[in-house]
Design a protein around this ligand. Structure first.
Ligand code: ADP
Length: 594
């Protein structure tokens, strides 16, 4: 388990935290959307400006074309004999006025007037409606002043009722090419406008005074720029004060890098307009087209909205992907933690098992020792009591002077002592430390010693022990005591298995086979209940107890043989019983000798 920080690195990569990423993404998205809106608006206003230029151009062309015919009419009448005759004093005023009225009606003009050299009205198409007009002095009017110099005179003004008139004045030249009078054609501006009021864009012609003189919106006619003072206009412009109205209130704003006129709303003006201006020399006015920017704004908004929707969809996709990655990462982290906990638990359990196994090995050794010491004391007791008997007998025989018989008894005592010595030698060998170094071991010798140890129990239980050895000694590299321990264990197991059986035989044999020393221990018992489990630690079919099975003997033996580089195997032969086979590598020099 990782308890200290950084004690162990998690194998699962950590994903960045969501909130800052979301914030930065939202900021970026807002920037992109704003950028798209601004660019869209700029492009829209560019297009609108081009449309405005076309609208201004068309309106200028239209009014120019419309006025052109009246200009020509003024030129034509300035050379007309009726007009010239009147100025020569050869014609009557009423007759010329009628001629002028007819011309007015044919041309669709408002009125036509003939002035004398000084600018006084001589005849007019309005004679019938306004006889008082005859004799009016107009010599100071701008158009008359201009015509006097030989140019085409232009002038515009309004009546009290707001009716607007546009004037063209041409001088009438006498025989010496000097002006003898003037012809003025007045055009009805309302009538001109009538034809083009349906235009969706507001187009207005402002005169030099800042007054909207011509417009395709009747409401704007004679409105004056609110920045100009009414008094200034009234004082200088040729309009009756009561005919003037203020131009709709507006502020200036910036949008898409341009100045926008923002109107209060309502009325004829669009709420927000891009203004395109152009001066029109013929009429000496400035044309202004008020282009409604609402469609351009709407289009830019739509583009921004679409971009926002795309970004949102992309963002949601990313979020879903991120969340799935996060889930997987969380899952992996949980699994990694669970694995770490499990591994720690397994390691703890293994340590505990190792401890238990060590304890059990120790217990089994003690058990075996107890077992053996009981057997050995029994084994030693027998010769001891025999020795005692023989000694008693010898004493008695010597007392009776039967020395030769006493000698026999002494020989028997000597035999028994030898036997006891053998037992003790084996015991000492068995008790020697397990971690003895490997040495050259004579396998036959070990087998003989092992059988010697088992001999006492075999005789007690009526078990026939037989040993078959090759003629030549067989050497392996092993620990003699531990190898003996293995063989004794196999013999002891065989005797256990044959308890209560009719036939009780154990055959131990040694042979050399393909570089190996092969020891077999066969018995005539019932065979193994489950040979595949025989070497499992703690596998036993015996009652578990201090003197019975622990299930460790074979597993320890297996380990011991393995530590010599050999193998221990078991099988149940077809003809019955159990057969254990120990195979150990022969010593190199012995192999060479083979
Ligand atoms: P233990 O002798 O304490 O049971 P072992 O590891 O020495 O432990 O033996 C394990 C088991 O193998 C025995 O309980 C027994 O069932 C079986 N076994 C061992 N040797 C023989 C044999 N010669 N014949 C039949 N079964 C045997």
């Amino acid at each position: 388990m990782c308890t200290a920080p950084n004690a162990c690195e998690s194998p699962v990569p950590h994903l960045p935290r969501l909130t800052p990423v979301l914030l930065i993404s939202a900021l970026l998205a807002a920037l992109i959307v704003t950028g798209v809106y601004q660019m869209g608006l700029r492009a829209g206003l560019d297009r609108l400006e081009r449309s405005g230029e076309i609208a201004v151009q068309q309106a200028g062309d239209r009014i120019t074309a419309q006025l052109e015919s009246y200009k020509e009419l003024a030129n034509f009448l300035a050379r007309h004999p009726r007009v010239m005759s009147q100025l020569d004093g050869r014609s009557d005023m009423v007759g010329v006025s009628e001629f002028l009225l007819r011309s007015t009606l044919i041309a669709g003009a408002r009125s036509i007037t003939v002035l004398d050299e000084g600018g006084r009205v001589l005849a007019s198409s309005t004679l019938e409606d306004d006889p008082g007009f005859i004799g009016r002095a107009l010599g100071q009017r701008d158009d008359v002043v201009a015509a006097r110099t030989g140019r085409l005179g232009v002038y515009h003004s309004a009546e009290r009722d707001g009716a607007r008139g546009y004037y063209f004045t041409r001088s009438v030249l006498g025989p010496d090419s000097r002006p003898i009078g003037f012809v003025t054609v007045k055009v009805n501006v309302d009538q001109l406008e009538y034809e083009w009021r349906i235009d969706e864009n507001v187009v207005t012609f402002f005169d030099a005074y800042g007054v909207a003189f011509v417009s395709n919106r009747l409401e704007l006619a004679l409105s004056f720029d609110p920045d100009l003072k009414r008094q200034e206009i009234v004082g200088s412009a040729p309009y009756p004060p009561e005919s003037l109205t203020p131009f709709p209130e507006h502020l200036f704003e910036r949008a898409g890098g341009r100045t926008i006129w923002a109107f209060d709303g309502g009325g004829v003006m669009p709420e927000r307009a891009l203004v395109v201006s152009r001066t029109l020399p013929l009429v000496e006015m400035t044309t202004r087209a008020f282009m409604d920017i609402a469609p351009a704004v709407g289009e830019a908004r739509l583009q921004a909205l679409l971009t926002a929707a795309l970004l949102a969809a992309f963002g949601l996709g990313l979020l879903a992907f991120w969340q799935s990655r996060q889930r997987i990462a969380d899952q992996l982290r949980i699994e990694a933690e669970a694995n770490a906990v499990l591994e720690a638990r397994v390691a703890r359990r293994n340590a505990q098992l190792q401890q238990v196994q060590d304890d059990l090995v120790q217990a089994s050794k003690l058990t075996a020792l107890g077992h053996m010491s009981a057997e050995i004391s029994h084994e030693l007791n027998q010769p001891l009591s025999a020795i005692q008997n023989y000694a008693e007998n010898a004493k008695k025989l010597i007392a009776r002077d039967r020395a030769p018989d006493a000698k026999d008894n002494l020989s028997l005592i000597s035999e028994q002592t030898e036997r006891m010595g053998r037992i003790i030698t084996n015991l000492r060998g068995f008790a020697r430390k397990e971690t003895e170094p490997l040495e050259d071991v004579d396998v036959g010798e070990v087998l003989r010693a092992s059988l010697g140890l088992a001999d006492q129990r075999a005789r007690a239980e009526d078990v026939t022990l037989s040993l078959s050895l090759p003629d030549a000694p067989v050497f392996v590299e092993a620990g003699a005591v531990r190898l003996q321990q293995v063989v004794v264990n196999l013999l002891s197991n065989a005797m256990d298995a044959m308890e209560g059986q009719e036939r009780r035989e154990i055959t131990v044999s040694l042979a050399q086979q393909t570089g190996q020393a092969v020891i077999t221990v066969e018995d005539t018992g019932p065979g193994l209940a489950d040979p595949t489990r025989a070497f499992e630690p703690f596998y036993t079919t015996k009652d578990v107890g201090a003197s019975n099975g622990l299930g460790l003997g074979l597993s320890i033996s297996y380990g011991i043989v393995g530590s010599f580089g050999g193998t221990l195997a078991v099988e149940n032969p077809e003809n019955g019983g159990a057969r254990f086979t120990i195979a150990l590598p022969l010593l190199d020099r012995q192999e060479a000798a083979e």
